[in-house]
Ligand binder design. Structure first.
Ligand SMILES: [Zn+2]
Length: 92
C-alpha cells in the first residue's frame, strides 16, 4: 500500500478534503488504487520584518502581534508540498 503525505497550506486555496477526494478518484482505476493520501493542514507562518517576531495566523490581516507592524514576511502555509511517499505492508 502506498501512503502519500501532503502538507496543504491554509492559504494555498486547496481544501485538504477535496484534494484527498480528487486523489482517490484519480488512482481508483489505476495500479495505485490502494494508495492513500494524507493531507495535513499547515497554518500560515509569518515573520515580522520590524522586530523579527515569528507568529502564525489563521486569517488576515497579517500584522505582528508583538509590535503591530504590517510589514510581515510569509514563510509558509501558502503552498502544497508532497512531504513523503511511503510504501508499506506486504511487499513482493
Ligand atoms: Zn513586530
Amino acid at each position: 500500500m502506498v501512503s502519500v503525505r501532503v502538507d496543504v497550506g491554509e492559504f494555498s486555496g486547496v481544501v485538504p478534503e477535496a484534494l484527498a477526494f480528487g486523489f482517490e478518484s484519480v488512482v481508483a482505476d489505476s495500479a495505485m488504487r490502494d494508495a492513500r493520501l494524507e493531507a495535513v493542514p499547515v497554518p500560515v507562518a509569518l515573520r515580522c520584518r520590524a522586530c523579527s517576531a515569528g507568529f502564525r495566523l489563521a486569517e488576515p490581516p497579517f500584522a505582528c502581534p508583538r509590535c503591530g507592524a504590517s510589514d510581515v514576511e510569509v514563510l509558509g502555509g501558502v503552498d502544497v508540498v508532497v512531504r513523503s511517499i511511503e510504501l508499506k505492508g506486504e511487499g513482493p
